[in-house]
Unconditional design. Sequence first.
Length: 219
Amino acid sequence: MQGYFCGAPLVHFNLSLGGPACLSETVKKRDGDMAQKTEGEKESVRRVAVYPGSFDPITYGHIDIVERALEIFDKVILAIAHDISDGSKRSLFTVEERIELAKSVFEHSPNLIVDSFKGLLVDYVGRTNARVILRGLRATSDFEYEFHMASMNRSLNTHLDTLFMMTSKDYFFVSSRSIKEVAGLGGAVEGLVPSIVARRLKEKFNLPLTKENQIGWEY
């Protein structure tokens, strides 16, 4: 029997489904549109994390965190902090040098962005549209400080979360500070930082060429 008018032609009821045949076509079209919209939203909503720090200099510990984070997030922003204006903390490498080193290390990682920031971290993260701050933990001693900072950042911006990643067992003892101290005294840093970083440390500390074999630096 004839029934609903669903556009141009008059259609028959689909008695097996208990409704007009055109209804199923309408539902199919609606579901198809929703599926396309969902796929489009997935493309527009990318998982982005900001990994902040001084990276003075960048070490294999930092690189380990970044490489593992890139398996979780679509994009990671390595955010290098400028020195505090009051002079309470002065970096060995300028922010420009740290950016250069990081870009060189990650030159084959298209989903890693190297950037710098001044001021509050939460303000910078808000400008990037990221929702996650990434931090590495080397030992339980790091947790108390990092927990305090994560709580403060959360209080400043309730839309942000902090993700802690444990540093690999091969690098849990490595820090930028210890690398500078060891390198400054002529100790071996090979295997703890990329070769380009080791060379730049040599230049910074004006180490004589006779130390090349001891430290493992290459030209």
